[in-house]
Design a protein around this ligand. Sequence first.
Ligand SMILES: Nc1ncnc2c1ncn2[C@@H]1O[C@H](COP(=O)(O)OP(=O)(O)OP(=O)(O)O)[C@@H](O)[C@H]1O
Ligand SMILES: [Mg+2]
Length: 471
Amino acid sequence: MATKKQKTKVENREPNDAVNVGKKDIRKDHILVVEDDTAELETLAEVLVADDREIHTAQTGEYGAKLLDKLDIDLLITDLMLPGKTDGLDLLRKARKNEKKTGVILVTGHGSVDTAIEAMKEGAHDYLTKPVDIRRLRAVAEKALEVAHIARRHKELEEAIAVESGFMGIIGESPAMKTVFERIRAAAPIDSTVLITGESGTGKELVADAIHELSNRAEGPLVKVNCSAIPESLMESELFGHEKGSFTGASDSRPGKFELSTGGTIVLDEIGDIPLKLQPKLLRVLENSTVERIGGRESKKLDLRVVSSTNRDLDKAVEENEFRQDLLYRIRVVTINLPPLRERKEDIPLLIERFLARLSVRLGRKLEGISKEALDIFMDYDWPGNVRELKHALEQMAIFSAEPVLSNVPETISGKKVFKVGSLAGVPIKDLEKQAIMQTLKDVGGDKKQAAQVLGIGLRTLYRKLEEYGE
Ligand SMILES: Nc1ncnc2c1ncn2[C@@H]1O[C@H](COP(=O)(O)OP(=O)(O)OP(=O)(O)O)[C@@H](O)[C@H]1O
Ligand SMILES: [Mg+2]
């Protein structure tokens, strides 16, 4: 018993001089027991003693609250009724509100079981009635700690992901991007129709992915339709499907993208390019949540979420009679606008760091950064192709330089003719092809049709390549 007593740290003193403050061994679980009766307190504390635990105790709610603030408590075990102003319920609420994901077990006397049940609704893991059954206490504490560990691990992972990449793979920490993250977080779970706007290369597709991932449809399909890549003549069938024989060449029945999205999310990319004559049908589908295949007689109920994106000014398109106003209203219930990179240049150093880290892994060599001069150029440049352009500039620099610190800024960005292609020997053809494609796209201002023409490939091939590159 004496040895156990020694291990039990009873800290009924002010938290400022509590021995554990700031020196917490992170591998140990910290348990706080709050109970006004000294004998009961000691019993509870002793029962919980284990090598991988640190037990803290308090005899008043006020002191317990202080310890909750000061220490990183994994599990709080508290009597419901405590003398003074702060009772067990107050401690429970405090513990559940904190960042540390503290687990809570309540101990109650006879007659307050109802309150204990009420407390469960506020997030307590369990409750024990007095006199406390020692075996049950051990078991319940064990379980609550397990849950606390999972919650903690989850939080750590979330933080790690956030540190790695900003938010769901979207890099950025500028106020403008933080606003974007908040809007994604708010819109994702509520099934509302979202319109993502922003210049080419600002990350609209990443945002669409994030919305799907964070929605309760995440388990369902995510179907992307690039409205500018599909020839006008095929668009209707592609979106809504067709029955066999409904038009020349319809040799079988096929579901459209809307049907295929059921249970999940459909992303209508470049929605501004939907032909005017298809817009009324699209509007009808969206409004009724039903779809009829071309040549089909029954209409199928749809259960999906619609996310659209565009780099066009749709209000202007409405004015110019290229886009229907009623459709615009229908698709932009919630708007998320991605700011161009030139308006959030403070994100550039972070983008460089993260992209180089990813490139290091991909290319299997250490890339430490870019030179001071290169950074100055990056910060001065306007980035008409936005994050995509920056990402490709770095890729190009990495491919054509063997140095860990890159300084060979492409001339299109530096404005100087300093970029020399070294020997191309050994450069993977795929990488060269990608550089050619991305460079051409940039030169023609992102116009994919024109880029395909210049490159001498079909538009569909271009889209397929871009998809391969993850664009
Ligand atoms: N904030 C960001 N963090 C990380 N990567 C980004 C970010 N923004 C864009 N990218 C990357 O840039 C490229 C282009 O992004 P995306 O395809 O989402 O742009 P977009 O706005 O849909 O462009 P477009 O209008 O041309 O289709 C992708 O490789 C994407 O991963
Ligand atoms: Mg896109």
